[in-house]
Every structure is written in C-alpha cells, then in structure tokens.
Design a binder for this molecule. Structure first.
Ligand code: RP5
Length: 171
C-alpha cells in the first residue's frame, strides 16, 4: 500500500476493507506534507506482526502510530502495549453495530496504556491525521506555522458562512 520516504507516521489497519473508510487520514497528512506509511495487520489474525511493528516503530523513526480497526477493535490497544509512541485510535464504522463496537473497543483502555481515540466516521479519519500533525508540530516550527495558517483559514470560512447566512435571511 501507499508509503512515502522516511515516514513519521505509521498508519495501520486491521483489514484492507478498512482502507476505503479511513483514506481521509492519508489526505490530511498529505495536506501538511507529512511522510507516512500504510500497512494492514491484525491484532487477532497476525498478533506477532503487530507486536513486532509497534516494538520497532520508535527505532525506525516513526513518531506517531494511527491504528484503525472495526468491530472487536483491539489493534490500537495492542500497538499501545508495545511502544511508548503516541497511539491514535481510529474506530472504523461497521455494518452490524454502526461502529459503536469499534469505538468502545478502542476508547475504553485500562489505565497506564493510553490510546487517543477519534470519532467513528464523520471527521474521525481527518482528525486522526490532524492530531498526528499537531503532535509532530510540537517539534517542527514549519509545521506549526502551517497549522496556525490552517486555523486562520477555518476562522475565515466560518465568518464568511455567517455573513452569507445573514445576507440570505435579509430577503
Ligand atoms: C477488523 O475486522 C478489521 O479492522 C475490519 O474492520 C473488520 C473486518 O475485517 P475483514 O473481515 O473485512 O477482513 O479486524
């Protein structure tokens, strides 16, 4: 799957069936020119691979791992068990329970093993990417500057929407 040189962010997912639902992660990272790699691995089907990946991630230069899974979604938690890197959990929507299963499995971590969990669906994938960018920006002034500009752009967008709405209500 997609990967760029010297990745700073590792995107992992439980199945290739997750990819179409979480592609927004990659789009957000690309928007900020953050290098990332993408891999499929499963906490249940390939537990050794997850263990090896997470254990070696810091040594390979990764700074953040984004772990997406659906259903009994243990990928983020298992990755967090094997590394001191920040783990962002991305619960994937599911046909049977709408992703509530994924959300609870990802977010309800026991103490001492944090997973920063973003929303199911909606802005979840994008926010996972942006949160990774924010973490990286703490040690990267150029990235911090881009984030400041991004925030200003968001403000302008809402101000414009407000003005447009007010204008439309006048008639
Ligand atoms: C999870 O099981 C995956 O993250 C995926 O969301 C779900 C279904 O996987 P497949 O049966 O499509 O491979 O581990």
């Amino acid at each position: 799957m997609t990967s760029t040189e010297n990745p700073q962010v590792g995107i992992i997912m439980g199945s290739d069936s997750d990819w179409p639902k979480i592609k927004g992660v990659a789009a957000a990272l690309e928007e900020f020119n953050v290098a990332f790699e993408v891999n499929v691995m499963s906490a249940h089907r390939t537990p050794e691979v997850v263990s090896e990946y997470a254990s070696g991630a810091l040594g390979r230069g990764l700074k953040v791992i984004i772990a997406a899974a659906g259903g009994a979604a243990h990928l983020a938690g298992v990755a967090a068990a094997h590394t001191t890197l920040p783990i962002i959990g991305l619960p994937v929507p599911t046909p049977d329970l709408g992703g509530l299963d994924s959300l609870l499995s990802t977010v309800q971590m026991p103490g001492d093993v944090p997973v920063a969990t973003v929303a199911v669906g909606m802005g979840g994938p994008r926010n996972a990417g942006l949160l990774a960018v924010q973490i990286l920006a703490l040690a990267d002034d150029g990235l911090q500057e881009k984030l400041q500009q991004f925030k200003q752009m968001l403000t302008k967008k809402i101000v414009t929407k407000n003005e447009k709405l007010k204008e439309s209500l006048k008639t």
